[in-house]
Design a protein around this ligand. Structure first.
Ligand code: Z5A
Length: 211
């Protein structure tokens, strides 16, 4: 994307360490003088966070795939236009915990919504805005599930089966393989210090590439 700031997203299946690594990335960037903000999807603004609650709450009523898809993009439209784009225009770097790759992976790969339908909404909501870099934290599905489940109560997505998360992982890896210049795959099954070192190195590279 063409704004002065950089837009970096962190992706992966549940529990791979996105929240942990986004904090590490922000610390690394701040230490080298980069002005950055951290945000997340679904969410990031009060209204988008309210949509997040709707999406994550376990409920008895079956959730239609299209309802879920449209709510993801409704939250994204609000987040993108009121927080992400204004920050990028000010020259800030935006580190975002999940973005549209998650929609292709979860609603596309996981739920089976045709990818072309997701691409239509991507173009409608985002125009030509895409992350400059995607950091894909990749680990076997069971590794992330064990880490996430140790935290306790499960949200509506976390209650899905291993096969659902396997399709999500496969979709992420296929997207990364199709566009290797923009996607950076990090081995998230490695010990925490090793993953943090890889992510910090990537942040320094993204910054030095601009000099
Ligand atoms: N969703 C969707 O369907 N479509 C979309 O378009 C979008 C989202 C945007 C909310 O996401 C849900 O929305 C998500 C997909 C869906 N549902 N799922 N599943 P979320 O990002 O809020 O929730 P999450 O993916 O489940 O994230 P998480 O469980 O919070 O995990 P994480 O951020 O990747 O991991 P973490 O909190 O940093 O780490 C988990 C634990 O592992 C923690 O105790 C760490 O200390 C530990 N950890 C981290 N790294 C390591 C290493 N390397 N070794 C050992 N232990 C580690």
């Amino acid at each position: 994307m063409s704004s002065a700031g950089r837009f970096i997203t962190f992706e992966g299946t549940e529990g791979v360490g996105k929240s942990t690594q986004i904090s590490n990335a922000a610390e690394t960037l701040k230490a080298v003088g980069v002005d950055c903000i951290v945000t997340r999807e679904p969410g990031g603004t009060p209204m988008a966070e309210a949509i997040r609650e709707l999406l994550l709450a376990p409920r008895d009523e079956p959730v239609n795939d299209l309802t879920e898809l449209l709510l993801m993009f409704a939250a994204r439209a609000q987040h993108l236009h009121t927080l992400i784009l204004p920050a990028l225009e000010k020259g800030q770097w935006v580190l975002c915990d999940r973005f549209t790759d998650a929609t292709f992976a979860y609603q596309g790969g996981g739920r089976g919504v045709p990818l072309e339908r997701i691409a239509l909404l991507e173009n409608l909501v985002q125009g030509d805005v895409r992350p400059d870099h995607v950091v894909l934290l990749d680990a076997p599905v069971e590794t992330g599930m064990t880490r996430a489940r140790n935290r306790g109560q499960l949200d509506r997505f976390e209650q899905e089966a291993v096969s659902f998360f396997q399709r999500i992982r496969d979709t992420y890896l296929a997207r990364a393989a199709a566009e290797p210049a923009r996607y950076n795959i990090v081995d998230a099954a490695a010990p925490l210090e090793a993953v943090s070192a890889q992510v910090s190195e990537l942040m320094c590279k993204f910054q030095s590439d601009l000099l």
